[in-house]
Design a protein around this ligand. Sequence first.
Ligand SMILES: [Zn+2]
Length: 158
Amino acid sequence: MDETRARFMLDHMVIKLGKYLRVLGYDAVWDRAHRTHELIQAANRDGRWFLTRNARLPAEYPAPARLVLLKSEDPVEQLRELHARLTLDLSGRLFSRCLRCNVDLVPVADKAAVRELVHPNVWQRYEQFFRCPECGTVFWKGSHVRNTCRKLGLARET
Ligand SMILES: [Zn+2]
């Protein structure tokens, strides 16, 4: 299995890490409405890695087929732990996924199409925009990209 394209299910304790995985372009899901055993079942059914900080989970629940038990409480440190275990692709698909919807963004072919949707300064300054096919949000690789890369200790891509 190509772990650079691994998919993830997160329990309630590590949702922030799930957001960082989406930043990296990974398919990562969580659902506060479901109980742990339901999340494990769904992960096994979909072939997802199950991520948790609950050290007792293996003893108390049916075993996830793919499990990574994280130690740190800090999501940036958790990302390092996960990378040490699975060797994630930290740059190839950075900011290619909608952080809210967990779907791939689509490049906007002609930036005139988003002129009314972003601040005029942003529209002037950037050439390449992306759009989420689910929620319609427009993205560009601005300061939030640089700030997030710095926070996660990733190389800047812009
Ligand atoms: Zn979206």
